[in-house]
Design a protein around this ligand. Structure first.
Ligand code: G3P
Ligand code: CA
Length: 291
C-alpha cells in the first residue's frame, strides 16, 4: 500500500515536472520520419523587409508556425528588433541623420529609430515600415499564436541585455508556462550570453548558434538545449552527435539549422534529421519537406 502511494506520488511529480519542461518537436510524417519545425528567418524575409512587423504578417500568411528575430538595444535602453549593429543597410538613417555615421543602433534613441523607414530599401510597397521594439514584435507574434526563436544579437555590445530581454518577455506574458514549454527559444552566437539566460531563467529553452567541434559538445549540455549550425557546416553524423546528448532539461539536444532557402537543401538537411529549419522562404521549405 505504502509502495503504491509512493509510486503514485512519483508519477504525479514526474507529470508536473514534464509540464514545466520545454517540449521537443513532435511533428512526424505518416511513415514516422520526423518533420522539422520551420522557422521564418527575420520573419518571412524573402518577401517582406526583415525583422519588421510586415515580415511577421507575411510569415503568418504563409502559415509559418515559428518566427526568428534579432534583438539589440538603443542608446536609451529600449530593446529593438534589427539584425545589423548599424541602421545603415535596412533603414533610411543616412538621409534622416546624415551626420551620425556609422549609424550604430546603440548610438540612437528609440524615438530617433522610430522615425526611420525600414521598408523602402526592400520595396517601395513597404514604405513606412518601422524598426519594431521587442514589445511590439512580441505582440504581433502573439496575435498570430506563433512561436518565437529570439536571437540576442551582438550581446557583447549591450551588457545586461539578457536580463532586460527576460524582463520584457516576462512583462509581455512570454515566460508563463505555455510559452516556456512550447513557444519560446532564446539563442545567441555568444555562449556566455546563452549561459547567462539559462542561469537567470533555467526553465527557458536555449540555443547556441554555431558548430562547435563534436569533442566540445558536452560542455554545452549544461546550458543549451540546442546547437544551431549553418547548414553548410552540417552532416548527418554531426546532427546525431548533438542529438545523442541531453541538455540542461534532461531532454535530447536539438539542431535547428540556418539559413535554408531552397528545396534541395531543405531535403538534404531534413535527411540529416534536424529538428528545425530556419529559412527566409518558409513556403519553399514546407513544400519540400512537409510540416
Ligand atoms: O537563426 C539563425 C540565424 O539568424 C543566424 O544568423 O546572421 O541571420 O542572425 P543571422
Ligand atoms: Ca538571427
Amino acid at each position: 500500500m505504502q509502495a503504491r502511494a509512493v509510486a503514485a506520488t512519483s508519477t504525479a511529480l514526474l507529470g508536473a515536472v514534464a509540464l514545466l519542461l520545454p517540449s521537443s518537436p513532435v511533428h512526424a510524417a505518416e511513415d514516422g520520419t520526423p518533420r522539422p519545425e520551420i522557422v521564418a528567418h527575420r520573419g518571412a524575409s524573402a518577401y517582406a523587409p526583415e525583422n519588421t512587423l510586415a515580415a511577421v504578417d507575411k510569415a503568418a500568411a504563409l502559415g509559418a508556425e515559428w518566427v526568428e528575430n534579432d534583438v539589440q538595444r538603443t542608446r536609451d535602453g529600449e530593446l529593438v528588433v534589427l539584425h545589423d549593429d548599424s541602421l545603415q543597410r535596412t533603414t533610411d538613417v543616412e538621409e534622416v541623420f546624415p551626420d551620425r555615421a556609422p549609424w550604430k543602433v546603440k548610438d540612437f534613441t528609440a524615438a530617433e529609430i522610430a522615425r526611420l523607414d525600414a521598408g523602402s530599401w526592400f520595396d517601395p510597397a513597404y514604405a513606412g515600415a518601422r524598426v519594431p521594439t521587442l514589445e511590439q514584435f512580441l505582440h504581433r507574434v502573439e496575435h498570430y499564436d506563433q512561436k518565437l526563436l529570439l536571437e540576442l544579437k551582438n550581446p557583447q555590445l549591450y551588457p545586461g541585455i539578457e536580463a532586460e530581454t527576460l524582463k520584457t518577455l516576462s512583462n509581455e506574458g512570454w515566460l508563463d508556462r505555455s510559452h516556456v514549454r512550447d513557444r519560446l527559444i532564446v539563442q545567441s552566437f555568444s555562449a556566455d550570453s546563452v549561459r547567462t539566460v539559462h542561469d537567470l531563467k533555467p526553465a527557458v529553452k536555449t540555443g547556441f548558434l554555431g558548430t562547435p567541434p563534436v569533442a566540445d559538445l558536452p560542455s554545452y549540455t549544461a546550458f543549451a538545449d540546442q546547437i544551431n549550425p549553418s547548414h553548410g557546416s552540417l552532416s548527418a553524423s554531426y546532427v546525431a552527435a548533438v542529438q545523442g546528448l541531453r541538455g540542461p532539461h534532461g531532454k535530447r539536444m536539438e539542431v535547428f539549422t540556418w539559413t535554408v532557402n531552397d528545396a534541395a537543401t531543405a531535403r538534404r538537411v531534413a535527411g540529416f534529421r534536424v529538428d528545425g529549419i530556419i529559412t527566409n522562404t518558409p513556403d519553399v521549405v514546407r513544400d519540400a519537406v512537409g510540416g
